[in-house]
Design a protein around this ligand. Structure first.
Ligand SMILES: Cc1cc2nc3c(=O)[nH]c(=O)nc-3n(C[C@H](O)[C@H](O)[C@H](O)COP(=O)(O)OP(=O)(O)OC[C@H]3O[C@@H](n4cnc5c(N)ncnc54)[C@H](O)[C@@H]3O)c2cc1C
Length: 418
């Protein structure tokens, strides 16, 4: 049984393709989400089905995989069962396993900051991305009716967190402002503000300082207000209260951090400070060699004395490793330790601008970094249709300076007014 059809879970099931094993993949959603491009859905650059793929479709030709839609609420490690809450009409279910791989990912961490849950938007799922998009578009429709709302911060967009997600979202939002400027010609869209707030003294702390500085300079040149060294103390319906200031804003997007899936704490096993499940060198949990934990939900020893980062390649490598260990145990062999291979990290800043930190100390930035980013993300997307759609949409957006996915329904507005 594989819990989660994210990067880690899919890698497990695919690695077991030609093995004489039955695989049951369980996910709360019936689709896989390509999270690195969520910010593009949030900023109307791509549609949601460009970056998601039905799990049943992914495994249509892999006969040894079954899919069950449902949220795993409990795991009985002694009885070797997982409990699903299931789709509401069907009710819950219990699935027995011989081997279990938990790849349930992570959720947004609020770090206890007051008002985040009530007043900030997240960016961790397709629903979150659609919510941000609808919210942003709705603010413009409100301001078009009542321009005095601008003074209250109706078209001020605060992004909290200067990691890759915050940088990408801020860069995408400022480009969207340009498009909306053409849509709302009677509005002075130059009064729209995109504010990126980071508590540390630089952006992209996981990258080399020079790449962080490049991100700051590029974002500022494009009109993003970058505030460094100012933690957010509180968020309320009026805006973000920072250490030493207040930004009036009707939109605050919280990208400041993640914590392991709540399933980790439901398991009653050892976890780290960030809630990640502690696993041994082969990625199984102590005293349960038949249970592996991979990806963002696990503190995977990287084989070099550290912990593997919460990134898609680490989850995929962990998934493949766990699958191989399951096969080794079936074949009566000892399991092997996991070794994470760092393939580098990238973050896009917007049109023709990205930073990439590759192994061997290679740094790319500007248009070269951006082309590398585009190529990698196209290759990693699942399914030819998604790749083709994304390529066409990117081409269209690039050459027309437009963004097609700017739909806002009456239901969206009702939900926002509720
Ligand atoms: C906005 C954003 C941008 C990112 N950009 C990058 C990037 O550019 N490069 C990069 O390498 N990484 C990036 N990441 C990180 C990357 O997406 C994660 O590291 C990766 O998705 C982790 O894979 P995973 O399999 O552990 O979890 P996920 O891919 O999150 O998959 C977990 C799956 O488990 C399911 N699930 C969770 N709980 C349960 C449950 N109880 N029962 C059933 N199903 C459950 C979820 O529905 C989900 O499908 C980004 C993440 C975000 C949010």
């Amino acid at each position: 049984v594989v819990v989660g059809a994210g990067f880690g879970g899919l890698a497990v099931a695919r690695e077991l393709r030609d093995r004489a094993v039955d695989v049951v993949v369980v996910d709360a959603n019936n689709f896989h989400t390509f999270q690195p491009l969520l910010y593009q859905v949030a900023t109307a650059g791509l549609d949601e089905d460009d970056i998601a793929y039905a799990v049943r479709g992914i495994f249509r030709r892999q006969r040894n995989v079954e899919f069950r839609m449902g949220r795993v609420t409990a795991v009985d490690l002694d009885a070797r069962t997982v409990c699903l809450d299931g789709v509401p009409e069907v009710g819950g279910a219990v699935i027995d396993y011989d081997d279990l791989v938990i790849a349930a990912g992570a959720v947004t961490a609020t770090f206890g900051v007051q008002g985040v849950e009530e007043h900030a938007l997240g960016l961790k799922s397709i629903d979150d991305a659609l919510n941000v998009r609808a919210h942003v578009l709705h603010q413009f429709e409100r301001v078009a009716v009542n321009p005095t709302l601008i003074d209250e911060g109706a078209i001020t967009f605060v992004v909290v967190g200067g990691g890759p997600t915050g940088v990408e979202l801020a860069g995408g939002l400022v480009e969207l402002m340009g498009v909306l400027g053409r849509d709302f010609q009677s509005l002075d869209v130059r009064r729209a503000r995109v504010v990126l707030v980071e508590a540390g003294d630089r952006l992209l702390p996981a990258f080399a300082p020079s790449l962080g500085r490049h991100a700051v300079e590029t974002l500022r040149r494009r009109g993003v207000e970058v505030i460094l060294g100012a933690g957010v103390d509180r968020i309320d319906e009026h805006g973000a209260h920072l250490a030493g200031g207040f930004v009036p804003a009707h939109t605050v997007v919280w990208t400041a951090g993640i914590t392991a899936s709540p399933l980790a704490s439901a398991l009653a096993v050892e976890t780290t400070k960030g809630g990640r499940i502690v696993v041994g060198p082969d990625l199984s949990i102590p005293a349960h060699p038949e249970v592996y934990v991979v990806g963002d939900v696990a503190a995977m020893p990287d084989g070099h004395g550290g912990i593997a980062p919460q990134l898609a390649p680490a989850a995929m490598q962990g998934g493949r490793h766990a699958a191989r260990q399951i096969v080794r145990r079936i074949d009566g062999q000892e399991t092997e330790p996991f070794h994470y291979v760092d393939k580098g990290t990238m973050a896009t800043i917007g049109r023709s601008a990205a930073v990439a930190q590759l192994p061997g100390g290679i740094h790319l930035w500007g248009p070269v970094g951006w082309l590398a980013w585009l190529g990698l993300h196209l290759v990693m997307l699942i399914g030819f249709r998604n790749r083709a759609n994304v390529l066409v949409n990117w081409g269209w957006n690039y050459f027309t300076y437009d963004r097609g996915a700017r739909l806002l329904s009456a239901a969206d507005i009702e939900e926002r007014n509720a």
